[in-house]
Design a protein around this ligand. Sequence first.
Ligand SMILES: N[C@@H]1[C@@H](O)[C@H](O)[C@@H](COP(=O)(O)O)O[C@@H]1O
Length: 237
Amino acid sequence: MKVIVVKDQAAGGKEGFKVFKNALDNGAKVFGLATGSTPVTTYKEIVNSDLDFSDCTSVNLDEYVGIAPDNDQSYKYFMQTHLFNDKPFKESFLPNGLASDPEAEVKRYDKVIDEHPIDLQILGIGRNGHIGFNEPGTPRDITTHVVDLTESTIEANARFFASENDVPKQAFSMGLASIMKSKHLLLEAFGENKADAVKGMIEGPDTPELPASILQNHPDVTVIIDEAAASKLSKKY
Ligand SMILES: N[C@@H]1[C@@H](O)[C@H](O)[C@@H](COP(=O)(O)O)O[C@@H]1O
C-alpha cells in the first residue's frame, strides 16, 4: 500500500484529485465512485478543475434499499449534487434502491461491473472497517449483495437523516470480490474516529472481521489519510 499522510481533509482532496487526474491521463475510462463525507473534497477539486469525464463510465459502490433515486438521501442524489451535475459522465450506474426483485437487481449489477471493469475505485472506510457496505464478517468472495446494516453503521449514517429511525436498514453493495477486481484502489479516511479502522486496515491482521484489511492483498492501493486518522499507526509513513 502506498500511504500518504496529509494535514487535513482539504489537503486530502487535493491528493485524491491527483490520483483521478493521473488515472485519466493514463487512459482510465471506468471510475468506481463512493458516497459519504470522505470523498467530497476530492469531488470538489474535480468539479473545480478542467478534467473531462464525458467519455467515461461511473459505477457506484452502493445504494440504500427502499430509497428512490430522486430522494435527497439517495446515493444517486448525492452523486448528482456532488459530481455529476458539474462533471457529466457518458453513463453512470448505481444499484436501484427501489428494485422490486432484489435478486434480479444483484445479478444486473454484477453484470454491469463485469461489462465495465473498473480502472480506479475510490473508497471511504466505516468506523468498523467496512468498505462499500461490506460489514465485518462479510465473506471475501462475495460480489453484489443485499446487506443488513449493522447498528454501528446505522448510527454513523444517522447524521445524514432527520433521525436514526429514518436510516434504511438494508443496502445494495458491491462485494469485496468486485472491489478487489478494480485495477487501482484509492482509499481515503479523515478524522480521529477512523484511526482504529485505519490501523487495522494497514497494520492489523488480514481478517474478514476488518473488511478493509483485504486491501493488503491488492497490488495497487493508494491510501490518503489525515494526521488524525493516522494517529494510531505505529509506523511512520
Ligand atoms: N457505504 C458508505 C461507505 O461507502 C463510506 O465509505 C462509509 C464512511 O462514510 P463517511 O465517508 O461519511 O465517513 O460509510 C458509508 O456507510
